[in-house]
Design a protein around this ligand. Structure first.
Ligand code: MN3
Length: 227
């Protein structure tokens, strides 16, 4: 029995209005980024999945290489943007730095929070072309021994250079569409201002869920309302 394809992916709602991350992320950039760019990844994913479903029905897989690439790109773009929106909050409620387990793990690995910010910022600044800086949790994995740590990845596009098994916690979008209208080519200024709207409570919560083994990213990005 071949399942009937339906559109499974929708643009998530934001927890703030487009103008509420001002002045650090401007309203025009945020609106276009969410309603146009993220929507395009959602549409691209639905479209590629629909075509793959047609391949299963017809038995013709001549286009499968292209479709698998499309799905990897758009799926990763959808997940990372959904995380990016959740990782931000209004600047008047942003607490500026994490506490608890997250801060402990940062201190253990990087020395202190400032050193962590330095490595994350330099990673984001030097992502080649379009991509992301991504803080991840790497859990114990009996395949290669015990691992229980955080790491900062430099993702190209939405999916290249990801480490298999990592759970994303904090994502900084450094595609030009994330900052160019306001910051022009000054990616460095965008990154330092972006930290002023990071929702560290959200990042801490993601780490706690990851530590307890929950696939928090996916569960937390399914929107309540379709629109
Ligand atoms: Mn983007």
């Amino acid at each position: 029995m071949i399942e009937i394809y339906s559109k499974n992916h929708y643009l998530p709602k934001l927890k703030y209005n487009y103008n509420q991350l001002e002045p650090f992320v401007d309203a025009t950039t945020l609106e276009i980024h969410h309603s146009k760019h993220h929507q395009a990844y959602v549409d691209g994913l639905n479209n590629a999945e629909k075509k793959l479903s047609e391949c299963r029905k017809s038995g013709d897989f001549s286009n499968v290489k292209h479709l698998k690439r499309e799905i990897s790109f758009h799926y990763s773009g959808h997940i990372l943007h959904s995380l990016y929106w959740k990782n931000m909050c209004k600047p008047d409620v942003a607490k500026g730095k994490p506490d608890g387990r997250l801060l402990e793990m940062i201190n253990n690995k990087y020395g202190d929070f400032n050193e962590f910010i330095k490595e994350f910022s330099n990673t984001a600044l030097t992502v080649e072309g379009s991509g992301w800086a991504l803080l991840v949790y790497l859990k114990s994995n009996t395949l290669i021994g015990n691992i229980d740590t955080i790491d900062i990845l430099a993702i190209e596009k939405h999916q290249d250079l990801f480490e298999i098994g990592a759970t994303p916690l904090l994502a900084c979008d450094v595609w030009e569409h994330a900052y160019y209208l306001k910051y022009k080519n000054n990616r460095s200024q965008y990154i330092s201002n972006w930290f002023k709207v990071v929702d560290w409570d959200d990042v801490e919560e993601r780490l706690e869920k990851a530590l307890s083994g929950e696939s928090f990213i996916i569960n937390n990005t399914i929107p309540e309302t379709k629109y």
